[in-house]
Ligand binder design. Sequence first.
Ligand code: G6P
Length: 372
Amino acid sequence: ASAEKGGFPSFMEKEIHDQPDAVLQTLLGRSDIDGKLTLDELRIDPALLKSVNKIIVLACGTSAYAGQVAKYAIEHWCRIPTEVELSHEFRYRDPIVDANTLIVSISQSGETMDTLMAVRYAKEQGAKTVSICNTNGSTIPRESDAVLYTHAGPEIAVASTKAFLAQITAAYLLGLYLAQLRGNKFQGEIKDILADLGKIPAKIQEILDNEEPIKELGRSMADAKSVLFLGRHVGYPVAMEGALKLKELAYIHAEGFAAGELKHGPIALIEEGQPVFVVVPSPRGRDSLHAKVVSNIQEVRARGAKTIVIAEEGDEAVTAYAEHVFYIPESPTLLAPLLATVPLQIFALALASAKGYDVDQPRNLAKSVTVE
Ligand code: G6P
């Protein structure tokens, strides 16, 4: 069993360490050297894809957070209105779907019943369906018009890690491909983003090579009763995924919030010693998001929070208000989730391990939920 785990104590730890390869394998063979996407495997008539006027991403759990990340990128590159919805909510609310709707389902297993039922329903309404899936030949890709596989390799631990990064990668490739087909003003950006995506595996490796301090923090917080996570823009779904990992593995109350929403409610939760993770956007990003999130760190810190900050290398602005800072390598804002998620996974793993829990098979959870 130890060999199967690649020498790691758990499948989850192995799978966290598989992530550079999961992203690399998902990128391989899908673009040429001129920065053109070549998704021939997507056997949907390009003319049909061009006529898409709405995208709905359907998924559950961690896969739904991958969808939420992808929405920011797809809308930016493709200018197609994109919704992300939990499969079980979509299916039963009389959604508006027609032949110009592209359904993108995201599922690691390809067997999640809620997502399968949602895809079937959308097909009945005439929508085109693309599946982003990690399991060859599973039901959801078989029932979809097309599939874009994530090549993360088998994921054994119940809580998803490497599949999540591979899903974001695949959804980004799909978004870039649609942008390419539609020939909009982002053509130059497509090439740059592809080149930047190619650099992500080495950057993930850099985080993994320096994981000891975040592990140490996780071990030291085994008694935490509640942990909050704040993020903005693509950092928001990353915050929710960080909270989910902690719920799943360590059975701790954890909540992810949009940083901008803090003052509309969650700040009331802050009291002396409350741990708050803050996912900080790149200071080089647009729209002064960075400054806004830094002021959120100040606000919670002033009320006694124990602030734990994930920020980009070289970002000095956060240090004054952070009890702990973990730096991730530089990347364009849209790619940062592929990096910022990793320390949060390592934190949850270390904390749950310190409590003596089985991180591969958390209580009450199943890897693949095949009932509605
Ligand atoms: C279960 C698993 C989660 C997973 C979710 C969606 O709840 O415990 O880790 O994110 O299902 O699974 P899928 O296979 O559809 O991605």
